[in-house]
Design a binder for this molecule. Structure first.
Ligand code: SF4
Ligand code: SF4
Length: 587
């Protein structure tokens, strides 16, 4: 892990503009701000070119000899193929409306992290290599040639963008800098320059179906383990089905929910919900093969994104299900909602999702036939189908982080809040300019949640942390909920560093806590196996109450004994008197 300065140091950000123009600032790869290079073995698995051992910290990146030609040809192809890309290269007026909207600029003060400049790194090559004005006038027309340093500059800053799209929200021309980053990363790929934390997970998804490379039998064991934990807590043992052909619904969630805390508690929440609904007609199966909802391909290239998205649908076809429920994930949703239709076309072999419990038809999923579990659960709650005890989440004072992909990628703001506020009592939103479509990124998305990148991650996390600190100070918030597996990992690190009194939780962990299962035992602990605070209080009260009961019982016993003795005495009295009289007579 890279060394990170303490929070009070990192929070001192210098936004003074540099004295030199940005084109005259040479690339300088700072420690903690770049990610390790992709490994040759992963290149081979996913067909990335130029497999070799390399590091961005090296002088020589071992590029192919004709690297400029490859790059520029790739750029030409994409300018022809994606009209949006050409537009984004042409129409920016450098108004600066996006400049201070990026969390990486806010947290680092580095001008090349302004979205306008990040895209300008590529735009300047476009002008210098593809436009007449740029070719003739060069720098005067904002153009520059593709040199080795320019290429390194691009790599450094394209992997300091989390593709969160916050900047695009403020651009009067609708320029989507995240799209520029995506295409820029594709161009880097053409020369074999990717990062380890993207190429590795994508290769794992190819090999075993999930980014962690976990085998199907290990996935199965984890699900069984969760069921045993649920039995320990509730007295009820769910018996989910895996890889079952002919089920109505396929459930796919990010593997982070299965293998990493706190996502594992969210997975337990799903299992409890599905168990609860079995009796109401839910026919659902998990898959140990489509064991990754997250799409790491979307951080790499359109082609990788398409291939990983197709895997989920191939499994749906193999199992013969009618439709899909997706777990709490971010980029799975952006890919389905923003890209799938034009990349692969609609999933015509599946049916439009219809809840077997409420009859609701999810028209919004007419094309990709997959709904988000928060939509499913919100609908159940709306129809009064869940028996819930909100007080079991009373130890939490909650806020909600809108994950960038579901929020800005699909306008998914209200359903998670609706579920949250129906399973827990204490909720406070963060300030309005930091939530919903204006949400701030966790600072580590799009494959950047690596330890060697920690300095920039924590800088990028600063705006989100500020908003969290605000509700922590004002409302005593101690838990931040979210619906993205990457966020559950990255926000945990953010909280530990910036706001250590706050933890992170998935919405369905809260659902699992509140859900009253038929026949369950009295719950004394939450899904984290932490005893509810009131259990101890209740026990203390019982101890305090105990002596009074004992006294009362003893008093009752004594009274009974006294009464019995008195009765015996009363009964003995005449006998005694008669005996005495008799004795007297004998005398
Ligand atoms: S997409 Fe997000 S990370 Fe990238 S430049 Fe825009 S605001 Fe910054
Ligand atoms: S807001 Fe849009 S037009 Fe203005 S500088 Fe940013 S990208 Fe360019």
């Amino acid at each position: 892990m890279s060394k990170v300065a303490p929070p009070e140091e990192l929070a001192k950000v210098d936004h003074t503009p540099p004295k030199k123009g940005w084109m005259d600032m040479p690339v300088e790869l700072k420690e903690g701000r770049w990610c390790y290079g992709s490994k040759p073995k992963d290149h081979e698995v996913i067909g990335l070119p130029n497999p070799r051992a390399w590091s961005p910290g090296d002088e020589d990146w071992k590029l192919p000899e004709n690297w400029q030609e490859i790059f520029l040809e790739g750029m030409r192809e994409r300018l022809d193929k994606f009209r949006s890309f050409r537009l984004f290269m042409d129409i920016c007026v450098r108004c600066g409306a996006c400049a201070d909207k990026c969390h990486f600029f806010i947290g680092s003060g580095d001008p090349k992290n302004m979205p306008v400049l990040r895209a300008e790194l590529l735009r300047s090559i476009y002008r210098g290599e593809f436009t007449t004005a740029g070719k003739v006038l060069g720098k005067l027309a904002g153009g520059r040639k593709l040199t080795y340093d320019v290429f390194k500059d691009l790599f450094y800053y394209l992997f300091q963008c989390t593709e969160c799209r916050r900047c695009s929200l403020y651009c009067p021309y609708g320029i989507d800098t995240a799209e520029v980053t995506m295409i820029g990363r594709e161009l880097l790929n053409l020369l074999g320059c990717n990062i380890d934390w993207i190429a590795g997970p994508v290769a794992n998804c190819y090999r075993t179906g999930n980014h962690l490379g976990i085998q199907p039998h290990a996935y199965h064991s984890m699900v069984e383990f969760f069921c045993e934990e649920i039995e320990e807590i509730t007295g009820i043992l769910p018996e989910p089905s895996l890889n079952r052909k002919g089920a109505e619904i396929l459930f796919i969630t990010p593997s982070g929910d299965i293998f990493a805390d706190p996502g594992t508690f969210t997975a337990m929440g799903y299992l409890m919900l599905f168990h609860y609904l079995e009796g109401l007609g839910l026919d659902i199966t998990w898959s140990t093969y489509a064991s990754e909802g997250g799409n790491f391909g979307s951080f790499t290239s359109h082609e990788m994104m398409k291939r990983l998205n197709s895997k989920m649908y191939a499994e749906a076809k193999r199992l013969g299900v009618k439709w899909i429920i997706g777990g709490e994930c971010g980029h799975m949703w952006r890919v389905c909602n923003q890209y799938m239709d034009t990349m692969t076309g609609p999933a015509d072999f599946l049916e439009v999702p219809k809840s077997p419990i409420t009859g609701t038809v999810f028209e919004n999923a007419k094309s990709h036939k997959m709904i988000h579990i928060c939509e499913f659960t919100a609908d159940l709650i709306k129809h009064g189908k869940l028996n819930l005890d909100l007080s079991r989440n009373d130890q939490y004072k909650l806020t909600y982080h809108d994950s960038c992909n579901p929020a800005r990628g699909m306008g998914f703001f209200d359903e998670p809040r609706y579920v949250l506020q129906n399973v827990a009592n204490n909720f406070h939103d963060m300030p309005i300019n930091t939530i919903r479509e204006q949400t701030f990124c966790c600072g580590s998305g799009s494959g950047l949640n690596t330890d060697e990148f920690m300095d920039m991650r924590m800088r990028g996390a600063l705006p989100r942390a500020n908003a969290l600190q605000y509700v922590h100070d004002k409302h005593d918030v101690n838990m931040m909920a979210c619906i993205c597996a990457i966020d559950r990992a990255t926000l945990t690190t953010l909280c530990e560093y910036w706001v250590p009194d706050v933890e992170v939780i998935g919405i369905h962990e809260l659902v699992g806590n509140a859900l009253i299962l038929e026949g369950e035992k009295k719950r004394t602990m939450n899904l984290r196996a932490e005893e509810f605070p009131w259990v101890e209080e209740e026990e203390e009260e019982e101890v305090e109450e105990a002596p009074a009961e004992v006294i009362l019982e003893a008093a009752e016993e004594t009274a009974e004994e006294v009464a019995e003795d008195a009765a015996e005495e009363t009964a003995e009295e005449p006998v005694k008197e008669a005996a005495e009289e008799e004795a007297e007579g004998e005398k």
